[in-house]
Design a protein around this ligand. Sequence first.
Ligand code: SAM
Ligand code: SF4
Length: 332
Amino acid sequence: MKRKVYDNHGRLINYVRLAVTDRCNLRCFYCMPEEGIEYVAKEDLLTYEEMDRLITLLAGMGIEKVRITGGEPFVRKDMLEFLFNLCKIPGINKVNITTNGTLTAPIVGDLKKMGIHSVNLSLDTLDPDRFFEITRRNVFPKVMETFDALINHGMPTKINAVIMDGKNTQDILPMVQLTKDYPVSVRFIEEMPFNGTGDYYPKLEWNYQRIIEHIRESYPDLEKLPDPPNSTSYNYQIPGHQGSIGVIAAFSRTFCGTCNRIRITPQGMLKTCLYDDGVFNVRDIIRAGATDEQLHATFAEAIGNRAKNGFEAEKNRQFGFPASESMSTIGG
Ligand code: SAM
Ligand code: SF4
């Protein structure tokens, strides 16, 4: 029988988010400062061999789903080969990717062929000028090429849009309108305080409720869809539209009660909550010569001591809050 692992709050843990690099070719202002962040030295990043070993080990503990994120996954060399091997690890039945889409269009066919289950494309606006303002890079057409390639290859696609007061709230309705003609899920995400500067807005102007109300004003027939188990989004559909809409209360943290995921950062830190500042460094343990049994026991102990929710994890941070991390070192 397949193994399963539960945390100390009775939640089944079957999902890992692996940030394969902290490097990125964009500078989204909610994630990184304009000058970038101090990147982790190359030798301190987990190697592909180490990541393969970890995912194989976690699959043996009951992890079934992996999301590859970053930084931008496709700025790391030989990523396709790594993904190809990852898709073949026994027990892993879903490999998903989150990407900014700047380098992704030419390889969508390869991703589909190797068995990538779905792609989340980050796109906060459909307006090229606002795209530049938000990401500080002039590559909107490249991202739209990726959008087209995902649709043309029939890749299950979600669009991630972080909603920010004074920046892109005028994009909410045009992005909702995308769901009319395209079978995509457009997900509006509350901004979280991980922009790499430590600046913090204690009051979120656009929380999930305000986003939903705003959509409903223009689409009074907005229909609630059942939320899948462990879903982080409240899901909706407009009758007659091909796609759907999701709203993610990432800062309000309404979904912690069913959280089924752990995270591994590019430098090998295990996070059992997005809001914690790391439980142990798995890279150090591997490089000190740990056996699989020792690694298994260390993961099991960490999973057995998870914070109840993101508020408790935030309170327990050793390095305090507001956080100075960039989301590119966490993976979202
Ligand atoms: N570079 C890839 C991308 O942008 O899709 C993957 C890494 S990125 C850190 C993963 C996701 O986190 C993206 O959808 C991004 O929009 C989201 N994200 C980054 N910073 C955020 C923040 N401060 N609040 C909410 N979401 C954020
Ligand atoms: Fe890069 Fe993604 Fe962060 Fe934007 S959100 S700066 S694309 S890692």
